[in-house]
Design a protein around this ligand. Sequence first.
Ligand code: ADP
Ligand code: MG
Length: 322
Amino acid sequence: MSEFDLIKRYFSRHKRSDRHDILQSIGDDCAVTMIESNQRLAITTDTLVSGTHFLPDISPADLAYKAVAVNLSDLAAMGAKPMWASLALTLPAVNHDWLSTFSQSLFSILDQYQVALIGGDTTKGHLSITLTAQGVLPASKGLFRHQAKVGDAVYVSGFLGDSAAGLDILLHHTAQDDTQRYLVKRHLRPTPRVELGQQLLDYSHCAIDISDGLLADLGHILERSQCSAEIDLDKLPLSAALQACYSLENAEQFALTGGEDYELCFTVPEQQCAEMEKRLTELGIPFHHIGRITDNVASQITLIKRGKTVSLPNHIGFDHFK
Ligand code: ADP
Ligand code: MG
């Protein structure tokens, strides 16, 4: 099978008549799309490499899901509405069962978020997937890392630490029961907080998605915004599943430093908190208020437990080159 047959069979679909924003999709040298004059483009790329970002025996369905989810999570963290994606796929060989499952799962999550696949590249080599996604932002809005302000409340969505626990279970034992299977699923199928990101545009100016652990990612906000934060460990959202499978100490460690939860961490001016909480509650989007931004340019995180300061864990996040 030629490269072109492969693209046609697995990655190009008939033009969808409901997408007037796409002038040229897969099949030409470039895709061509349109945005409205009052919109801005948000663009992100993420690569998943076998052995680094996923276990070599991962199912193609989980892999396709994750490649899309991590990119959508970045768009969510800007408040952008996801629109288009392109896929650079490197494969060791053509395996039809693998490709068929991969492409079905890919289109399933893309359709769920109304994202159109508009191009890509297909090459031979060690298994690796690079997805580029574009979304739109209303002009003059957006959630930027440099926009946290002293006095803002710090929130996170969902629960933290489940994904790291799920990976721990995958690496060290097979999941024994529904609780462990739930944690594994949170690792393999994280929820990109796409709706939350767009809702936050009305209340917040600053967010990040938690890919490397809360401390590391909140740290990026603090550095870019030149401020510090106090985090109340007693308010850290730990799921019932995480607490059932791990000691409190391990659960907190996973929540603070484990990566790949893909929840959002965001800061909200005090006068907006009540309105925002009301809106998110109405929409059924889970959130937790965990601390506040403080006036210290050193970009420090102070952890508080039962009213007392406790020390930070030594190792605070994933870095490819450390
Ligand atoms: P070029 O040689 O111009 O780079 P290619 O031969 O790589 O074009 O690709 C042909 C068309 O198929 C292009 O429109 C490209 O965007 C698309 N394409 C290639 N690989 C993929 C893929 N894995 N998924 C989606 N579209 C793809
Ligand atoms: Mg090409």
